[in-house]
Design a binder for this molecule. Structure first.
Ligand SMILES: Cc1cc2nc3c(=O)[nH]c(=O)nc-3n(C[C@H](O)[C@H](O)[C@H](O)COP(=O)(O)OP(=O)(O)OC[C@H]3O[C@@H](n4cnc5c(N)ncnc54)[C@H](O)[C@@H]3O)c2cc1C
Length: 353
């Protein structure tokens, strides 16, 4: 394994351009996004190595890395602060779902597109009348020859304004019990039957959208995992989503993502120092606790990756996702307190970068 680490280190040193190192993200691939030159070079080189989806089979654009090699790759990327070349719903959610449930034709058709980052994907699960009770969804897909015709509306579809494709939970058998009449279909968003309407939040931003389907069309060959099997397939996709947020999804690359300033640095910036320490004792104690929790979280993430037998862990993904979210929330609240009145103007995550 020593050779793999050395070769990886040397290759990354040589091939990761300066503009692809340091804090920040490479935007999820979309035909409509123009990339910075260094980011383009980095993405192309990683695609060639199969390292945008390092654990996927080579025939679908991956590099067939085993778990140990994958964790070495991530370590080495972090060492030089390389940004992950691709993350998002393509490589982290729908890609692994197709890998697990798709037919050979579906894998050959869709996975290389994901691996090359050629399309941005939206997620069409929630509806105005189906949130927590997702199985009540009413968006309908009716068979018409070799196609399905889709009608209905999906809400909270993140980033849909600049997405190319959407994976959608639709009702294919309205007469069956509600969990048994649902299918997961892939839909091209560039068609007249699909329209996207941004939802303006109280902050003024509109990262979420309503996506409306009016006689939108998709081929029957785009049903993943079989007709009326969408509840099982859709739940598996949610496991991949959760494990991505928990930092333990090994589909797609998760290297890099460093922050320019740590949470203690940010708090120090706003609260100031006394005798070389953060001035506010109570905040300092809470920061130490948060830092300990963050370190425990990272060790637990690594353990969960090492222990997982499948491509995405089962219950561990939910546990680690929840503790991760609570820890980040606590950190953001701490920072808001440190910022005082300035915290009203900025979101905590926008503070000193
Ligand atoms: C950051 C973010 C991004 C998202 N992106 C997407 C996306 O890309 N695509 C997508 O499809 N969806 C997306 N969602 C939507 C998300 O999955 C839904 O918000 C979620 O399914 C909950 O649905 P809802 O908002 O309608 O809440 P509701 O279902 O109305 O629930 C509101 C509250 O009532 C509680 N509640 C509901 N039912 C019960 C019950 N029976 N008993 C007790 N309490 C109950 C819930 O726990 C919750 O606290 C996103 C959400 C967030 C926050």
């Amino acid at each position: 394994m020593g050779d793999f680490r050395e070769e990886t280190r040397a290759w990354l040193e040589q091939n990761c351009p300066p503009g692809a190192r340091g804090p920040g993200y490479v935007p999820i691939g979309s035909k409509s996004i123009e990339l910075e030159p260094d980011t383009r070079v980095w993405l192309d080189r990683m695609i060639e190595k199969g390292w945008t989806v390092p654990t996927w089979p080579k025939e679908y654009g991956g590099a067939d890395l085993d778990r140990e090699q994958y964790s070495i790759l991530i370590d080495e990327m972090k060492r030089i602060d390389a940004r992950p070349p691709l993350t998002g719903r393509c490589v982290n959610y729908i890609g692994p779902t197709i890998l697990e449930f798709g037919t050979d034709e579906q894998k050959a058709r869709w996975l290389p597109i994901c691996a090359r980052g050629e399309g941005a994907w939206a997620m069409g699960y929630s509806e105005p009348g189906a949130g927590s009770d997702l199985a009540s969804l009413s968006t309908k897909a009716v068979r018409d020859g070799d196609n399905y015709v889709i009608n209905g509306r999906k809400t909270w579809t993140s980033d849909a304004t600049y997405c190319d494709y959407i994976f959608v939970l639709v009702r294919t058998s309205p007469d069956k019990p509600k969990h048994e009449g649902i299918s997961l279909v892939l839909v091209d968003m560039h068609q007249p039957g699909v329209s996207v309407h941004p939802i303006r939040l109280i902050s003024g931003a509109s990262p979420f959208c309503e996506t409306v389907f009016e006689d939108a069309v998709t081929s029957v060959s785009n049903v993943i995992g079989g007709v009326d099997r969408g509840w099982t397939v859709g739940k598996r996709l949610l496991q991949f989503e959760r494990s991505t947020h928990a930092g333990i999804n090994i589909s797609g690359s998760q290297g890099g993502r460093s922050e320019a300033y740590s949470l203690p640095d940010k708090v120090r910036h706003y609260v100031g120092e006394k005798d070389g320490r953060i001035a506010d004792r109570e905040l300092r104690d809470r920061l130490v606790q948060n830092d300990m929790n963050t370190r425990i979280q990272k060790i637990t993430q690594r353990r969960a990756i090492a222990e997982s037998q499948g491509r995405a862990p089962g219950f561990a993904s939910s546990v680690v996702k929840l503790t991760n979210a609570l820890n980040i929330q606590e950190g953001d609240e701490l920072l808001m307190e440190a910022m005082g009145s300035q915290g009203c103007r900025h979101r905590a995550q926008d503070a000193v970068r």
